[in-house]
Design a binder for this molecule. Structure first.
Ligand code: ADP
Ligand code: MG
Length: 398
């Protein structure tokens, strides 16, 4: 088998097949490689399975001998689907640290059903879709979205069924169940006469969603995500302002429920009576207040400030959105009349500023770019003078 030394890593490239014929020889070579790696300080043995397409019981025994010869959990990279299935079934995924290669798919001739800043959504066969990202997105990022979507589903969140992460040329994507449904945004757009009915169901859905407890540890904590954004604002905000941001984040009440992060009507699919969530890469565990603020951003402030972007993401004509937004918040907050609603909006405004400033601290996402002078202005005019108001409002909407 081929081997390679590089930066303290001794890689053995497993051969194409390991079966009863060559397993004894493979075992000898693996044990020799382990010895060679362990004789050098700070070095690691890694098995690369990029060529491995078949492994028999005798082959598994050879790997077992290797794992028994060391205290370390050896990594095996690039395991193909079929071999991974065997490792998983036999428990070898517990003995080794195994990463698989994504399955290869082709989108040739596939119908495009959506396009966004991230990439393209294709119809894949009869009942699946592929959300294919631009090649600038790493496998790790996409795998993370897949894991969050899967965990949301198994936690009982009404969300899309998630299959595997796949490769298509030099890009990666996630395969999801194809929902034979339209987005809530399109439903609002195509049936304005049903606005009231849809708003009622939307509000009920959001309230129900925020009552489902999440026990999975796969989700990041909302507050941790927000704290992590603050350092990247260091060149725009003063030391005191950064401290204030941390302290405001700390005053968000805790909760063990889901924050989707982007609950606008473009990310909800209507399937018969059911609402089903899609697009979960920003989800975390924490207070629902963060979803309330993002809805205020997308349904109330956004249509005035960034109408094109909001129309595109929600799929609703811009002149229709303010009415939907007001109806949503009136029902969600139980506002008796317009004066009460406006008072609530007055409280949500500084929270919106906090949300915007912290999004500016997520520089890896260009769609959420906020110019420096806008961040500075919001910090000085909407956040610093409203510190106490923000703390109260964070509790009130939690
Ligand atoms: N599982 C699915 N079934 C059917 N259509 C889908 C599915 N997932 C996404 N789409 C379509 O693709 C669009 C974009 O998908 P989404 O995951 O929201 O990506 P984006 O990150 O661009 O918002 C959706 O608005 C919807 O129309
Ligand atoms: Mg979306």
């Amino acid at each position: 088998m081929d081997t390679r030394w590089e930066n303290g890593i001794y890689t053995v490239f497993l051969c194409n097949r390991i079966d009863a014929v060559n397993a004894p020889q493979v075992e000898v070579e693996l044990l020799e490689a382990l010895k060679a790696a362990e004789q050098k300080e700070k070095s690691e043995l890694i098995l690369d399975a990029v060529n491995l397409t078949y492994i028999s019981s005798a082959g598994l025994r050879a790997l077992l001998a290797l794992s028994e010869a060391t205290k370390n959990r050896i990594r095996i990279l690039n395991v193909c689907h079929e071999v991974y299935y065997i490792f998983d079934m036999t428990g070898f995924t517990e003995l080794f640290d195994i990463s698989r290669t994504p399955r290869e798919v082709s989108v040739e001739g596939c119908q495009v059903i959506g396009k966004g800043g991230f990439g393209t959504v294709y119809r894949l066969g009869n009942d699946k879709i592929l959300k294919l990202y631009n090649s600038s997105h790493t496998f790790g990022e996409i795998e993370r979205e897949r894991i969050l979507a899967r965990e949301a589903f198994v936690s009982g969140i009404p969300s899309v069924i998630t299959y595997d992460t796949v490769r298509c040329g030099d890009s990666f994507g996630i395969v999801f169940e194809m929902l034979r449904a339209d987005t809530l945004g399109h439903a609002f757009a195509s049936s304005p006469d049903k606005t009231e009915e849809y708003v009622e169901r939307y509000v009920d859905f959001v309230k129900r969603l925020h009552e489902i407890p999440i026990n999975s540890r796969a989700f990041p904590q909302l507050k941790t995500t927000l704290h992590n954004r603050v350092p990247s604002l260091a060149s725009i905000c003063s030391e005191e302002e950064l401290t204030l941001l941390h302290s405001l984040i700390d005053s968000i009440p805790d909760s063990n429920t889901l924050v989707h992060g982007d609950l606008h009507p473009g990310n909800i699919m209507l399937r018969g009576k059911d609402f089903i969530l899609i697009d979960l890469p920003d989800s975390s565990v924490g207070s629902k207040v963060w979803d309330v603020i993002s809805l205020f951003r997308d349904l109330i402030v956004g249509p005035r400030n960034i109408p094109e972007a909001i129309e595109k993401s929600t799929g609703i004509p811009i002149d229709q959105i303010p009415g939907i937004g007001r109806a949503f918040f009136t029902r969600y907050l139980g506002a008796r009349n317009d004066a009460v609603l406006q008072r609530y909006f007055g409280l949500l405004m500084p929270l919106f500023a906090l949300n915007t400033v912290l999004f500016a601290g997520a520089p890896s996402d260009p769609s959420q770019y906020v110019p420096d002078d806008q961040v500075k202005m919001m910090m000085k005019q909407a956040i610093v003078p409203n510190e106490e108001l923000i703390r109260q409002a964070l509790k009130m909407f939690s």
